[in-house]
Design a protein around this ligand. Structure first.
Ligand SMILES: *Cc1c(COP(=O)(O)O)cnc(C)c1O
Length: 465
């Protein structure tokens, strides 16, 4: 394809995008296909000769689109929203066209310098002290892995990277029983082992880790010859939004000299609104904090903001400088590949720049506030219906419910029936061992009427089942 043809096809794709977004409310949110439907329409061998873009675009519409679950649908109330605000989509489109590799300052100075500035903007936006420095990771999972590796190497005085883990003391890392599976996976990948991720029971309405049990576990581990290395806390964990008592966690971490990492992948975005910051009081004492602008804030996937109190600890853990990566620039430069596990890096800062400039922090705050208000109003409406129980009260825009006295099997049937209906999309979770339905709001362009549709859909289908 010539770049002259590119302009024509790109214009068509942009127009297609406008039609797609304008028609989302008429589509079922969750794909209504069965396993294998799409694979059956894809050739089993790669083509030997080329095909014109018009044919490929037509196939895209008929083959691919029926198998899409519409994550940008205004009535997507499942998982956590993964937004792609149009301004950030445009930035990512431009980044895809320029396609720079942003591993070193020298390989893309604008990307590096913008990344530093965007992380400063986000730091201010969240009300964190300006002593934090930041890096954009591809995902919260990667940021958490980087933090776990830092915990490991700091505790072993950097012997793990050099000698491997055999012969080293057995490390222990602590978290609550509410944390996201990415924490477990980081522990596996870091070679620490599931047995050494100590999950502390969570208590209270916010399901915070029990500080007495935490201190007790650390004491017992030390007595047994283990080496405590760090604590991972959560603000807005995935199941029902659990929030740890961050002041309690950092007090223990300070006394025990443990590295701390905070997973606020979803809820971090809400901290652009000062009134929600009580949920993470004490966050400013953490060594490492991650939140995903690619979730609630509106930045096109992927974009995970990782704040560090002392980036040198991370750099000491991850930086490798073979000769071919050495640059000899003058002055104070940052090579962000030393802050992350992959070497190659996309130009992710550009979509943050477009996003924050176009909507303004006030525009972004208004969206978050609306989502929280509309979601909590829906919760109150459902609570007033005699045949529904609220299982966990809203934490920001996330709450869980079930039909009163329903069995787990009945609850699952209701979730499936709602998703087959297609007007809204929800998922289930376990709370205290019981299956409940999870509701979360955060789609960038959702409106109050979408919550009315949610109410009608849930009550109609529940009563017909
Ligand atoms: C989404 C989420 C993650 C994982 O985020 P990725 O960027 O997909 O790795 C981790 N923790 C929490 C609390 C999340 O909501």
């Amino acid at each position: 394809m010539s770049w002259d043809d590119f302009a024509k096809h790109a214009t068509e794709a942009a127009e297609w995008g406008t039609r797609y977004h304008n028609s989302l409310r008429d589509r079922p949110v969750r794909a209504q296909t069965t396993p294998g439907d799409i694979a059956a329409q894809l050739d089993t061998h790669p083509p030997e000769t080329g095909t014109d873009l018009g044919t490929i675009m037509a196939d895209f519409n008929t083959v691919v689109m029926p198998g899409i679950t519409h994550w940008q649908h205004p009535r997507f109330f499942a998982y956590f929203n993964s937004n792609a605000a149009p301004a950030s989509v445009l930035a990512d489109f431009l980044a895809a066209i320029i396609a720079p590799q942003c591993m070193l300052w020298q390989t893309s100075p604008a990307a590096t310098e913008m990344e530093t500035r965007m992380m400063e903007w986000l730091c201010q936006g969240l009300g964190l002290p300006d002593s934090y420095q930041g890096v954009i990771q591809d995902s919260a999972s990667s940021a958490t892995l980087a933090a776990v590796l830092t915990m490991r190497e700091r505790a072993l005085n950097w012997a793990g990277n050099q000698h491997g883990l055999p012969g080293q003391p057995t490390l222990r890392i602590y978290c609550s029983d509410q944390v996201h599976s990415s924490i477990d996976r980081a522990i596996w990948v870091a070679g620490i082992g599931q047995d050494n991720l100590v999950k502390i029971r969570s208590i209270g309405a916010l399901r915070s880790l029990d500080r007495i049990a935490l201190q007790d576990a650390i004491n017992k581990d030390r007595a047994a010859g283990f080496l405590p290395a760090g604590i991972i806390a959560a603000t807005g964990a995935t199941g029902m939004g659990a929030c740890d008592d961050l002041e309690a966690v950092t007090a223990i971490a300070r006394a025990e000299s443990l590295y701390t990492h905070l997973d606020a992948a979803w809820a971090g975005t809400a901290m652009i609104c000062p009134e929600f910051r009580t949920l993470w009081a004490g966050a400013d004492q953490f060594d490492s904090i991650v939140f995903n602008p690619h979730k609630w804030l509106g930045a096109q996937f992927d974009c995970a903001a990782h704040f560090l109190r002392d980036p040198d600890l991370l750099r000491q853990t991850l930086a490798i400088r073979p000769e071919y990566l050495k640059t000899h620039a003058q002055g104070d430069i940052t090579d962000y590949s030393e802050w992350s596990i992959p070497l190659g890096r996309r130009f992710r800062a550009l979509k943050l720049w477009f996003l924050m400039r176009h909507y303004g922090m006030e525009g972004l705050r208004t969206r978050i506030r609306n989502h929280v208000r509309w979601s909590q109003a829906l919760c109150a409406r459902l609570a007033a219906e005699p045949d529904f129980d609220i299982a966990t009260q809203p934490i920001l825009s996330l709450w869980t419910f079930k039909v009163a006295r329903a069995s787990d099997a009945h609850t699952q049937r209701l979730v499936d029936a709602i998703n087959d209906d297609g007007r809204i999309y929800l998922t289930q979770t376990l709370v205290d061992g019981q299956k409940v339905i999870r509701f979360t709001a955060g789609q960038f362009d959702c409106e109050e009427r979408d919550f009315d549709t949610a109410f009608d859909t849930i009550t109609e289908i529940a009563r017909a089942l």
